[in-house]
Write a protein that binds this ligand. Structure first.
Ligand SMILES: Cc1cc2nc3c(=O)[nH]c(=O)nc-3n(C[C@H](O)[C@H](O)[C@H](O)COP(=O)(O)OP(=O)(O)OC[C@H]3O[C@@H](n4cnc5c(N)ncnc54)[C@H](O)[C@@H]3O)c2cc1C
Length: 456
């Protein structure tokens, strides 16, 4: 519990998409001081497109006007948000519906640099400190405070709460949970470039299309807003290729020739776009075990890829991170004394025990279920890429369509409702202890025992 009038000091490790969103969300709370540390000397993002599924649009629009979000994004001209096409013929196999959302709130795609820049426009100035490479965190004062240590700067002052948002290769996760990252067996080749490079290609459509094949190889092509066009191609590659390629590095002319060869028999639009791309970057994909507990000692929480280290899942990785930050924001808000009663309008106190409990409960069940789905889908994909026994692809098409019809519960997950569900689950307990919390600042000592509603 912070003292009356004392600001809650929050440190954020990482100033990427999720670190920036966390800084933005928490800056809407009363009586907090926030400092985020980013290792790069200036704002930097990968040169690749990013899908904004409904979950991301919902989370972003909590703090950023929807028209600003849409000004950097591309939604296509029809209600067919994503189109799946046959790898060879280009025939449409499936169009993903939009589930009754009004057009401004329908999912979109954009460029990662544009997305980070938009977020930074809304983060209060001075919060993110660049050129700060975090080496570790240290719990001090009987675990009631945290100091952040850097490789290249003097250590920070003490924080009440630290959010680790330092991405898939998180040092902080590694400090508390041994690294489990492994090569996933495929490489994503990605590029975003001026749309004028592809304007000469005949038959290119203005939708977002995913060409899919029985072997598991696929290609996404789409406009991504702000006059940019994007490609993402995924190919299963041997471990030796993974060792050779570097994350976010150009594959050069040699690599481009390799890709043209790999897709030469595909629907003519695909090899033509690859030919026209000025430069392509490689992303050898890794993933590790997701954290099933996102909190350490009620003072350190994990968000984004630092918490769920998978390079791309359901086009929703950033959305999961935004939802983590939203859950933290709502949990802090819920336990702020200003939110519960108005007797101390100037001074807001926060209860971190209760905050971290609500945050963890809001996120961990959903994330565990998504991780389970990744395993299920992995098994399902193995089935799908078995060579079809028929000659007209119909068996493979059926398998593909079964898979394609799923996943909406992930892409449209609503962290606000999940938070409310958890809060309501523990409401009786919260009410029972409210006066003790207001009067004495404690009353939630038994939270650790509350593993389920039955325990209340
Ligand atoms: C091929 C591919 C496609 C994807 N497509 C999508 C998509 O379409 N939609 C979607 O929502 N998600 C997608 N994702 C996932 C998405 O990219 C991630 O979930 C998202 O970038 C996570 O953001 P983050 O801020 O947690 O991590 P990052 O974006 O990795 O940011 C981490 C930040 O922390 C900084 N940092 C790291 N270590 C330190 C340190 N020691 N000290 C200080 N700073 C540090 C880094 O410099 C970086 O700025 C995709 C991923 C891949 C690989």
């Amino acid at each position: 519990m912070t003292a009356d009038g004392e600001q809650l000091k929050v440190g954020i490790v990482g100033g990427g998409i999720v670190g920036a969103y966390t800084a933005l969300a928490l800056s809407h709370l009363p009586n907090v001081s926030i400092t985020a540390y980013e290792k790069s000397p200036h704002p930097s993002e990968l040169g690749a497109w990013i899908a904004l599924p409904n979950q991301s649009i919902d989370m972003l629009s909590k703090f950023i006007p929807i028209e600003k979000i849409n000004s950097i994004a591309y939604k296509g001209t029809s209600d067919k948000e994503y189109v799946s096409r046959h790898w060879k013929t280009g025939e449409i196999l499936y169009t993903q519906p939009t589930y009754n959302r009004s057009k401004p709130f329908v999912e979109a795609r954009t460029h990662r640099v544009a997305l980070l820049n938009l977020l930074l426009e809304y983060v209060p100035p001075g919060i993110i400190q660049y050129d700060h490479k975090v080496s570790e965190v240290e719990f001090v004062k009987n675990d009631s405070k945290i100091i952040i240590h850097f490789e290249n700067q003097p250590s920070s002052s003490e924080f009440d709460l630290v959010v680790a948002a330092d991405g898939i290769y998180s040092k902080i996760r590694h400090q508390f949970n041994p690294n489990t990252l492994k090569y996933r067996g495929s490489v994503a080749y990605r590029s975003v470039f001026d749309e004028s490079y592809i304007s000469h290609i005949e038959g290119i459509s203005d939708d977002t299309s995913n060409w899919v094949s029985p072997g598991g190889k696929w290609v996404f092509l789409s406009l991504v807003g702000l006059g940019q066009y994007g490609i993402v191609a995924s190919i299963a590659e041997p471990y030796e290729t993974f060792k050779k390629l570097k994350w976010n590095k150009s594959i050069g002319d040699e690599g481009k020739k390799y890709l043209i060869e790999a897709f030469k028999d595909w629907d003519a639009v695909v090899p033509q776009v690859i030919e026209a791309v000025p430069d392509i970057l490689a992303f050898p994909l890794e993933s590790g075990n997701w954290l099933h507990n996102l909190v350490v000692k009620e003072r350190l929480v994990f968000a984004g890829d630092a918490a769920h280290p998978t390079a791309g899942a359901y086009g929703s990785g950033a959305g999961f991170g935004f939802s983590d930050a939203w859950a933290l924001y709502r949990s802090l808000q819920e336990t702020s004394s200003n939110y519960w009663y108005e007797s101390t309008p100037q001074a807001s106190k926060y209860n971190l025990k209760l905050t971290t409990f609500l945050f963890n409960e809001t996120r961990r069940h959903f994330l565990k279920r998504v991780e389970q789905q990744l395993t299920i889908d992995g098994l399902q994909s193995k089935e799908r890429i078995q060579p079809p026994t028929d000659t007209d692809d119909s068996e493979w098409r059926s398998r593909y369509l079964i898979k394609r019809h799923g996943g909406e519960w992930i892409r449209s997950h609503n962290a606000e409702f999940e938070f409310q569900k958890i809060r309501d689950q523990y409401l009786v307990y919260l009410q029972k202890n409210l006066s003790s919390f207001i009067e004495a600042g404690h009353g939630y000592e038994q939270l650790d025992e509350l593993k389920s509603a039955e325990n209340i």
